[in-house]
Design a binder for this molecule. Sequence first.
Ligand code: MSP
Length: 525
Amino acid sequence: MTSGPSSFYITTPIYYPSDVPHIGHGYTTVAVDTLARWHRQAGDDTWMLTGTDEHGQKMMRAAAANGATPQEWVDRLVGESWFPLLKTLDVANDDFIRTTQPRHEERVRAFVQAIYDRGYIYAGEFEALYCVGCEEFKTESEIVDGTGPFEGLKVCAIHSKPLELLQEKNYFFKLSEFQDKLLELYSGGDFIRPESARNEVVSFVKNGLKDLSISRSTFDWGIKVPWDESHVIYVWVDALLNYATAVGYGSDPEEFARRWPAYHVVGKDILRFHAVIWPAMLMAAGVDVPKGVFAHGWLLVGGEKMSKSKLTGIAPTEITDVFGSDAYRFYFLSAIAFGQDGSFSWEDLSARYQAELANGFGNLASRTTAMVERYFEGVVPPPAEYTEADVHIQTTVADAAARADAAIERFRIDEAISSVWTIVDALNLYITENEPWTLAKDDSQRERLGTVLYTAAEGLRALAVLLSPVMPESTEKLWIALGAAESIGRLQDQPIREAGGWGVLKPGTSVNGLAPLFPRVEQSV
Ligand code: MSP
């Protein structure tokens, strides 16, 4: 029996549409989109999910502050800001789930009922400090003394806003019963990545787990607890379940079996929900745990986690309107080691755009296609005998492609890009050293000129394939300019794990002129 393509289901967190998106949200989304595009292009049975987390107190308050009902508020924000974000960033998600959709609400009730029936939920009294920004009860280590207007108060270490004392009767999930099983899950290698994130979770769980309050009765913006409709389900339990409900948990067993389990990519601030609570919920229900959770770092602005609530939020369109969506994707994914924090600055973005995209990749593409036009009437010449320098390019391409694929397997998008960039640098150097413009002046060097330009064009073919998950727009333009769309087929259909092979672009292919892929940006930053 032959097995089908392997399933690759990957998710972003679902975002709170209490406010408009900022570049931190865009960062998570483009990272997941790039991983999904890579796997799709590798022939894996890929599914990318994103969406919005629409219940909870934070949403209720944002709506009230804007004179709207929660439903009106989320409908407006999702329609006007969150859907358009995907277009702004050129994201090819397969689905978008909203937690207010009936397909989600019904299945959340079924899931919670199932773990209740299995004996993992009980009623109890509760009193603790709650952060509405995080939608989370806080333990001592997560609480700090307030400063400025909040002097004398206890505030959330992440949001720097006062905590609220909540006292109510709640339903509890027996999270404490899962400590050993969770530790066993983490011991098996790479369930949590990177290593630093894994270590943090392991020591948190080793310190002991408390049962989790999973219902609220003081407000009603949420999904009703099936056996007690005076309570709504805790927003995080509701939200985490999106990953299962979106692919047919409880309604479409075939689809669920095809997709599940997922890989989750999340910011490090929400790692514990995904690496502790979520697998425990699934274990309680007898459902497979996720394949893995990858925690990325924060975008820092002025040394602090960028956030709307601290007024450091930057809208993704501020960047894409000036530099384009490919530059946004490339910049965040290449400049920050995936898994670590990274500082954002306009100067750094501008400098990298100019050096790496305009002068590096863009210039390589323009000058190669221009020389094929000028010296060979726009027809890719055949290579003659290869020299050592040509073979060096071929091995650079093969090595870069293999290393990039291995890096993507480890979710290290930044390393994949830097491997691919060895091709850009090698080809630019190759052209400088081989001086096609000098060869063109000497008729006896016609074959050599053909070999050099074939090598550059075929190198660009590999670059277009390898960079298309990161920069879908400019690589598509390059693909068309190389005549590859007609002679080879659609770019997104090119098998990425074979991109490192040589001789794919056929001599005789017609090349068209190419407008600068990354035009000069006229602005002062
Ligand atoms: N709704 C929850 C997630 C539920 S998933 C079942 C939530 N939403 S959020 O909108 O606040 O954040 C979503 C994602 O954006 C998180 O992964 C978070 O880390 C990320 N980011 C928010 N600010 C960020 C930065 N400044 N930098 C990088 N990522 C940031 O949490």
